[in-house]
Design a protein around this ligand. Structure first.
Ligand code: B12
Length: 265
């Protein structure tokens, strides 16, 4: 190997790190985009920016500072999730790459854990929920947030994690007898697990609401199989779970979906 070959100064990293699957839409920098999309409030702004700029070290202090003025649920929804939305936008535009997204997701996860410690769950459990991310899918941020909110509303959560095989979900539901089961899918290649789970549960005479969310699915898709009830936001989890505890079945949840989800979050 010659000395020139090891001279990293001659490497053009702009070319090495270029993504070829995306056409750059604009020359807007992460800073420009963040300035347009972050919340106005300075406390929430810092939290959102910690996620966008992957400031893993300052998340802790900034989340704690924000919780002096806001509830942990608000810090998650209006600070951390807003930051991740911006990261998604930057990724979609080809400005951020997967490594950025992974570090930002870690920063977000750290922030959610701090909020979770602060959220006081009601001691007595109000019901049981089995949660999972679809087989083949690693995207668990939304599911983790929904789990925190369900726990903080007094529900016992059996969190099966991500990339969960269809039969494991079915067996866990059979064994644990929850009041509600949830699924998250962010990839078009993984969302087809949901109708398969629903079919297997129905064959075992299990008819509980199957709450499905994640960027890959929409209401029409989720309502195309039995038991499916669509959710667009994590905050809708406790809403659905409370109704399930009142005895609403999946058909009633679907029929009243517009009214239920129009509640301000
Ligand atoms: C973060 C991220 C990652 C991270 C995931 C880290 C983690 N631990 O989750 C990493 C870097 C690992 C990753 C990897 C990949 N990713 Co990715 N990723 C994203 C990104 C940027 C953000 C997703 C996210 O977390 N959003 C924020 C959360 C909060 O949103 P959410 O999960 O939808 O949850 C909200 C609601 O849906 C709802 N919700 C969700 N679940 C539930 C459950 C209940 C009960 C309730 C009530 C509510 C609820 O509540 C939340 C908000 O309130 C998206 C782009 C985007 N803009 O969405 C791509 C994206 C999802 N990824 C994508 C892809 C393709 C991949 C890879 C295959 C890339 C690759 N070529 O390797 C790999 C996966 C490889 C593999 N199979 O293992 C594609 C999927 C395309 C598709 N439609 O199929 C996307 C859309 C990017 C794109 N535009 O191409 N990714």
């Amino acid at each position: 190997m010659t000395k020139e070959m090891l001279d990293l100064k001659s490497v053009n990293y702009d070319r090495v790190l270029r993504r070829y699957d995306i056409q750059m839409e604009s020359k807007e920098s992460p800073e420009d985009l963040a300035a347009r999309m972050v919340p106005d409030d300075p406390l929430l702004k810092r939290v959102a920016e910690d996620v966008v700029f992957m400031r893993y070290k300052s998340v802790n202090d900034d989340v704690n500072a924000a919780m002096k003025g806001y509830t942990p649920e608000d810090v998650i929804e209006k600070g951390l999730i807003r930051g991740m939305d911006i990261v998604g936008e930057l990724y979609g535009r080809g400005i951020y790459f997967l490594p950025h997204v992974m570090v930002a997701a870690d920063a977000m996860d750290k922030g959610v854990k701090i909020c979770e410690q602060r959220i006081k769950g009601i001691r007595e459990t109000r019901g049981k929920v089995v949660m999972h991310v679809a087989e083949g899918d690693p995207h668990d941020i939304g599911k983790n947030i929904a789990a925190v909110l369900l726990k903080s509303n007094g529900f016992t959560v059996i969190d099966m994690g991500r990339d969960v095989p269809i039969d494991d979900v079915v067996q866990t539901v059979e064994r644990e007898k929850p009041n509600m089961v949830t699924g998250t899918a962010l990839m078009t290649t993984t969302m087809s697990a949901f109708p398969k789970i629903a079919e297997k549960l129905q064959k075992r005479n299990i008819n509980i609401p199957f709450i499905c969310g994640g960027g890959a699915v929409n209401r029409a898709y989720v309502e195309s199989y039995p038991m499916g009830v669509f959710v667009a936001k994590a905050i809708q989890g406790p809403l659905m779970a409370n109704k399930a505890m009142e005895g609403w079945d999946w058909r009633k949840l679907r029929d009243n979906w517009d009214k239920l989800t129009s509640v301000k979050d």
